[in-house]
Design a binder for this molecule. Structure first.
Ligand code: FMN
Length: 234
């Protein structure tokens, strides 16, 4: 399956760019928010810092909401090994010991009303730890079913706020006209999350953040404007 993230839509859209009815995808009533962070740079990470602003907005609309944090850099998910590979293609068994870690991550996701993913772009795509997380949560017979019509997601859709920090520009050319970089990050996440049923993706891009304080300020202003459109300040 394929998917796409709308880069600058003000209204909630699906990964395919279809409009949702008003209110859909807005996590104002989120009771649990899962924040998945992928930068190795800890509190210095721009993606992590901006995710804090997204969480503030979500919590302003839902003050009782609980935030569950999953720091993938501090606690990397295991890489797929032979036991995991055998377990997922064998008879469906959620209690299989090789799938225990995957079950923890899937239940964490299932328990969230909204998801915030904060990630750097690494070599045009997601950091390895985020790929490892995807490999744990996108699981046949568990989070998706394979049918003759294609893969069918088994999770209920919920809003996903995707915060991406990048040294250069990938949604458009740089301010001096350097062509946009290849982007294998946002189409990949849209496809992987769409496979399990999560289609309401909202991109918040912070581009050019390694190009000095001025470029960083411009990136922050653009991402804040986008956040204002998605989750207006209360
Ligand atoms: C291994 C590595 C690969 C990177 N690849 C890219 C890239 O492909 N495109 C880009 O624009 N920036 C790239 N960068 C720069 C980071 O995206 C940038 O430093 C970003 O701010 C990191 O996000 P963070 O502040 O949340 O950690 C790369 C950085 C590292 C360490």
């Amino acid at each position: 399956m394929s998917g796409r993230v709308a880069h600058d839509d003000a209204r909630p859209t699906t990964a395919r760019g279809e409009e949702r009815p008003a209110g859909h995808g807005a996590a104002r009533a989120a009771r649990t928010i899962l924040c998945v962070m992928a930068s190795p740079r800890g509190p210095a990470a721009i993606s992590r810092q901006f995710a804090g602003q997204v969480l503030d907005r979500l919590q302003a609309g839902s003050p009782e909401a609980v935030v569950v944090t999953r720091d993938l850099a501090r606690e990397p998910p295991p890489l797929v090994d032979a036991a995991f590979s055998a377990a997922i293609i064998g008879p469906p068994d959620p209690d299989h010991p090789a799938l225990a870690g995957s079950e923890v991550l899937i239940r964490e996701l299932e328990g969230a009303d909204a998801l915030v993913i904060a990630t750097p772009m690494h070599n045009y795509t997601v950091p390895a730890v985020l790929k490892a997380w995807i490999d744990q949560i996108v699981r046949i017979h568990r989070t998706f079913t394979s049918t003759p019509a294609g893969k069918q997601g088994r999770l209920v859709d919920r809003p996903v706020y995707l915060v991406v920090a990048s040294g250069g520009w990938f949604t458009r050319p740089s301010p001096v006209g350097t062509p946009a970089q290849p982007d294998f990050l946002t189409p990949y996440l849209a496809a992987a999350l769409g496979t399990i049923g999560l289609r309401s993706l909202h991109l918040l891009a912070l581009e050019g953040v390694t190009r000095g304080p001025e470029a960083q300020a411009v990136a922050l202003a653009a991402a804040t404007a986008r956040l204002d459109a998605l989750l207006p300040p209360t």
